[in-house]
Write a protein that binds this ligand. Structure first.
Ligand code: HEM
Length: 440
């Protein structure tokens, strides 16, 4: 049984739609103040049992970086029990993650990539009014605590278009997790074991992922990877316009790159033309697999974003264990929409705050980033990268399987650039109380 009352709602709770969100990063200068901050914040955090929390359908989630746990005074033996990637922090993992060139941590916004980021607060709500109410309570809890200071703030909000910045419906496909009661977005996929996402439970191999110690600290916690990703919308539009001879062809190429039409209708079920009715039907729009229906990617290219990120049953007879590399993700848009038809960048900051939540940073998030985003060996095209979010450099290639001959889009630039990120640990509520009461 999942102890939903101890798991933060921020781990499993579905994102409101529409949404408004704020991320605050804080620095702990003084361990006593840091622990006091946790003591005051914990009662405000909604649990996963509370899908309608005491604060309405707006909630606060709290997570700590490795440096943050250190700043609180967590004992060395416990610090050493966290996963090595988490201990190193995201910037130190740049080589593994392909965060080089424009994505290099030296180019990140401060304080990302520095040891200053200790505590992250996330507030999510269906609208600005409810967001401000929760944020105000969280800020109130931190008042008169000079040993804890806010050093970064990122506001997010659903765009007036209802889509992400490149114009696509997002947040459709999510793995179902046993014991949560949240219905599967794909009725053809069995729910995954809770231990893939929350520590202290059996995973897909009936094993327990390594858990930070003592148990009260690790149990019901999850690792989180936060990445602030800038989107170059004008470059995406220019690329489509350059390779297409009509607006309809532009829409098709965009769909081939993502694997879904902008409406959200999947190519796997609507390969020839968009199907807004299908896109609007939550029971059908994610109800597909690839192996029997589209083994060669003639409908949904093997290299498209969604097929890379979740190849589903594509490797049925092979050793690639797709379910060992699933991600529970959250994305929230920031920045203004680039008006329709504008083909030159206006210099505004816009993009997505991407969050991965899971039990194993290396096996899940880092694997996907390294093997499935940054290269294409697994689809038989080692030189190809994710066409939407991969670190392409103007010479990238995207292959669209087609009969009688495939089509190759050349000259892919980089559409998405890292602005900064960090690894966090999102403890269970008992663990937060244990941290607040530490007496080192
Ligand atoms: C600016 C960056 C990104 C954009 C604009 C973006 C956009 C999208 C869109 C439009 C979809 C289709 C909607 C859906 O199936 O829910 C999608 C799906 C998905 N994306 Fe991304 N994405 C971004 C970054 C990432 C990153 C960094 C990861 C993982 C490390 C990721 C993993 C996924 C996964 C797992 C799916 C669902 C695939 C499936 O189950 O079929 N995305 N993304």
């Amino acid at each position: 049984m999942l102890d939903l009352g101890d798991i933060q709602r921020g781990v499993l709770g579905p994102r409101p739609s529409p949404y408004a969100g704020t991320y605050l990063l804080l620095r702990i200068h003084d361990p006593v103040a840091g622990r006091e901050a946790l003591k005051r914040l914990t009662p405000l955090i909604a649990s996963a049992a509370d899908l309608t929390s005491p604060l309405g359908d707006a909630w606060l989630a709290v997570a700590l970086s490795y440096q943050g746990l250190k700043a609180l005074g967590v004992p060395q033996a416990s610090l050493a029990s966290f996963s090595p990637e988490f201990q190193q922090g995201m910037a130190a993992r740049a080589a593994e993650l392909g965060d080089v060139g424009a994505n290099d941590p030296n180019n990140w916004e401060q304080p990302f990539g520095t040891p200053e980021t200790h505590l992250a607060l996330a507030v999510l709500a269906p609208d600005q009014t409810r967001l401000h109410a929760v944020l105000e309570r969280a800020q109130q809890a931190l008042r008169a605590l000079p040993g804890v200071t806010a050093i970064y703030r990122q506001d997010c909000a659903s765009l007036p278009t209802g889509r992400e910045h490149f114009g696509f419906q997002d947040g459709i496909s999510q793995p179902a997790i046993e014991g949560t009661g949240i219905p599967a977005s794909n009725p053809q996929e069995a729910p995954l074991k809770a231990g893939e996402f929350v520590l202290g439970y059996g995973d897909e191999w009936e094993r327990l992922a390594p858990m930070p110690q003592p148990e009260v600290l690790g149990r019901n916690g999850s690792y989180v990877a936060l990445r602030k990703l800038h989107q170059d919308v004008a470059a995406f539009r220019r690329f489509l316009a350059h390779h297409a001879t009509s607006a309809a062809e532009e829409d098709l190429l965009a769909a081939k790159i993502v694997g879904r039409w902008r409406s959200g209708a999947p190519l796997a079920l609507a390969p020839e033309r968009d199907d807004p009715e299908l896109a609007a039907d939550p029971k059908r729009r994610n109800a597909f697999l690839y192996y029997d229906d589209d083994p060669k990617g003639l409908k949904c290219p093997l290299g498209s974003h969604i097929r890379r990120m979740n190849p589903r049953d594509h490797f049925k007879d092979e050793i690639v264990q797709v379910n060992r590399h699933r991600v529970f993700r959250r994305g929230q848009a920031y920045g203004p929409v680039l008006p329709e038809g504008v083909m030159e960048d206006d210099g505004a900051e816009r993009g997505l705050v991407f969050l991965f939540v899971g039990a194993d940073l290396r096996r899940q998030f880092e694997f996907i980033q390294r093997e499935w985003i940054n290269q294409g060996t697994f689809i038989g095209a080692p030189a190809e990268r994710d066409p939407l979010i991969g670190p392409n450099d103007g010479t990238g290639i995207f292959t669209i399987p087609k009969q009688p001959i495939r089509r190759r889009l050349q000259g892919l630039p980089q559409f998405v650039t890292m602005r900064g990120g960090e690894y966090f640990f999102m403890p269970g509520l008992k663990a937060l109380r244990w941290l607040a009461e530490l007496d080192p």
